[in-house]
Design a protein around this ligand. Structure first.
Ligand SMILES: NC(=O)c1ccc[n+]([C@@H]2O[C@H](COP(=O)([O-])OP(=O)(O)OC[C@H]3O[C@@H](n4cnc5c(N)ncnc54)[C@H](O)[C@@H]3O)[C@@H](O)[C@H]2O)c1
Ligand SMILES: O=C(O)[C@H](O)[C@H](O)COP(=O)(O)O
Length: 380
């Protein structure tokens, strides 16, 4: 059997070489010509998988080691009888840690206690649901908008317009969809951006086109009071440098880029392929993943709970580092082609990042601090 994979999928050999002959390519370069003898295609989010890529090829299994599936033409794949697997929730915790780091940073920069902000979560699935659970445990006031869940009879949701009117912070966690009653392409258009509360914070770590980027730039030119954190961009890998300059935080689609999240993605697709081929799954993430426990944060006696929470969140992930790398890249790139390759390079060479559950906190923790850190997801 022949397999072709995006070279950025971690543990490729460990998980997939046993199935047959495994080739790897940069995800954006995979073309129909590469697939003439390939039965299994393994991708991440940058490969558009549709009729144009696959028709006439022997591909019968497509696995994407990502949460998002907007790069797959699911209708055509189903009609062609091609089996599709994705990795729901694999990097959701990484995105939660990215959002917490944005909140902490924007709070510091605006001298606002982020835990007293009312946070509006738009899209309450794997990511939004985990974010809600974490914020609730931390005592943060939240509003939730998810009309699809509301339609299924679940309670506790508000409309997007109510959320925009009442929330101090909007965090977007919807899939990118272009049709249907709740399509999300340009969900935040010029009208909704204009309705944001004075001084509101907007965090987009879903997909770039969920926010109309041209309208956002126009809005920010009028309203410097808004604090915007963008991890995703409407025309990736292209980034509008003018928009990035007006964002409080700008990162290259790395919100979910914890090592743990990426490895979970590979593991889930390995399992899906085993199931598709009706083979037992003999490998496990526990066997293949690097050691989880680092010893690191030593807590000094008498440390104050809020200070410790901020320090622990920073220590696990600091969005300011990714923002600085992105701005350095944009500062050096004079042409669009350089920005595109710079964006992809930052993602390919991403530093090792572990989720907080993989790290140990040591030292004397006062009970209030222990409770707060556990609420944030630390094991202590
Ligand atoms: N930046 C990153 O690194 C990164 C990482 C992971 C996921 N993502 C993106 O985040 C998206 C969400 O991830 P998830 O795992 O939570 O997906 P999910 O499918 O579990 O949840 C999405 C939720 O959004 C809701 N929804 C759909 N349309 C909506 C609308 N118009 N308004 C409000 N809610 C709506 C759905 O009902 C669902 O509950 C993914 O599709 C992916 O595009 C980005
Ligand atoms: O959908 C997802 O899982 C995320 O957006 C993921 O982090 C995308 O990463 P990529 O596939 O582009 O490496």
């Amino acid at each position: 059997m022949q397999l072709l994979a995006d070279e950025n999928i971690p543990l490729l050999d460990e998980y997939f070489a046993g199935f047959g002959s495994l080739r790897r390519l940069p995800g954006r370069q995979i073309s129909r010509a590469d697939l003439q003898h390939t039965e299994v295609l393994l991708v991440r989010s940058v490969t558009r998988v549709d009729r144009a890529l696959l028709e006439g090829t022997p591909v019968r299994f497509v696995g994407t080691c990502t949460i998002g599936t907007d790069h797959l033409d699911l209708d055509w794949l189903a009609s062609a009888g091609i089996h599709v697997a994705s990795a729901p929730g694999c990097n959701a915790r990484g995105v939660v840690e990215y959002v917490l780091s944005c909140l902490l940073t924007l709070g510091e920069r605006t001298a606002t206690d982020w835990r007293r902000q009312r946070i509006g979560i738009v899209g309450v699935g794997e990511v939004g649901g985990r974010l809600y659970a974490t914020l609730q445990a931390l005592g943060v006031d939240c509003l939730r908008c998810d009309p699809l869940r509301a339609e299924r009879g679940e309670s506790g949701f508000v409309s997007l317009d109510q959320l925009i009117a009442e929330a101090d912070v909007l965090s977007l966690h919807v899939p990118l969809t272009s049709s249907g009653a709740y399509a999300t392409r340009h969900l935040l258009d010029a009208g909704r951006l204009a309705a944001l509360r004075p001084g509101a914070w907007l965090i987009n770590s879903s997909r770039g086109p969920v926010v109309d980027n041209a309208a956002l730039l126009a809005c920010l030119q009028q309203r410097p009071d808004l604090q915007v954190a963008l991890d995703v961009w409407e025309h990736e890998p292209e980034v509008d440098p003018q928009l990035a300059a007006r964002c409080a935080l700008a990162t290259p689609h790395i919100a979910g880029y914890s090592l743990d999240g990426k490895l979970r993605g590979s593991d889930m697709i390995y399992r899906a392929l085993c199931q598709h081929l009706q083979q037992p799954a003999s490998l496990s993430l526990q066997q293949l993943a690097p050691d989880s426990g680092h010893t690191c944060l030593q807590v000094a006696a008498g440390s104050e709970a809020d200070w410790l929470l901020a320090r622990a969140l920073r220590w696990v992930y600091d969005v300011r580092d990714d923002d600085a790398r992105m701005r350095a890249m944009l500062g050096q790139a004079t042409e669009a082609a350089q920005r595109r390759s710079g964006f992809d390079r930052l993602r390919r060479d991403y530093p090792l990042r572990r989720e907080c559950a993989a790290l140990d906190l040591q030292g004397e923790l006062p009970p209030a601090a222990r409770q707060l850190l556990r609420a944030a997801g630390f094991s202590c």
